[in-house]
Design a protein around this ligand. Sequence first.
Ligand code: BTN
Length: 351
Amino acid sequence: MAKYPAGKRKKVETPEIVSRSKAEKDPSSYVLRMLLNASPYYVSGSVLAQKLKMSRVGIWSRIDKLRKAGLTIEASQNLGYRLAGEPNQLNLPLLNAWMKENRKVCDVFIHNEVDSTNSEVERLLANNTKTPFAVLSNEQKRGRGRLGRSWHSPKGGNIYLSLGFRPNIQAIRLRNFTLWQGLNICRFLRQFIGTEKIMIKWPNDIYFDGKKLAGMLTEASIDCESIRTLIFGIGINVNIPTQHYPKNLAKHSNSLQNINAEQIRIHELAAKLIKIILLSYKDCVSKNLEEELVNGWTEVDELSGKKIKVKCGKENFQGKASGIDNDGNLLLKLRNGRMKKVHSGEIEVLA
Ligand code: BTN
């Protein structure tokens, strides 16, 4: 369980953007938003009862419902109720409450188990689901990685998230989409966790302390050079101790909980992450970001100045990683002094 800070008493205001009629239609989610707004403070049972025009027993039964959904809610006779902790399993009311804190931005579908959230988005896009939307799952049975690899996706507190879009714009305009997402997600994670040491290994791996923290996978369907559908998926190791991963992965994996030394509030993280991904998508379709990307990349570049080997089909190249160009290619300074542009490939750090 991820804990909220220890509780205190304080007078709490009603969430501003919830109208009374909405509150009356969905009292449990109203109660939850009150608790979330107030956290780490208590909310008095009589204030809740007054706001919802409900008896205190009625409020108690909503609290009980939220507890049954996995939330830890402390009760004190004098102080009222307080959100003390949240489960590592995804909970739709809690995620919606966090999304509303950031203004609700898109529809979210939560699953206990799927083959792959990217595949689920693909199916929803094929069924004409209104875009943008997000899919989260507690577990993936066939999580996919880049270059045909699999993505280890056990249940119990990691993030497996995919978003679906219909850009309908020239493919070339979105050529830097994954890098731009990576840069913004990396900046967000640095601020969320409180460390500048989170980095990106070109093109789509997020690293901390030389070990992989997260991976991104973008898939698109292109028709006449125009991108019809775009799926952006990200897997983040959050609250599952990486020591429990298969041996070969454990050595090279890190998790946010390892950095933070305590459990992460996964709903807050997921809601904020969705917002960052949506904003980055908007930027990407509406602006020219080359200069900002190339400059920003220098802050997060895990490979910068390192001697690396690039495996590109049957060819191998060695050289010094030297940032990226306007088209998102990795720049590799070869031994003969020439600069090689790498469009895709598997990177091994040599020193
Ligand atoms: C990689 O590092 O190779 C990319 C990993 C991407 C994993 C995420 S988890 C959510 C989404 N669903 C998938 O099947 N893959 C992506």
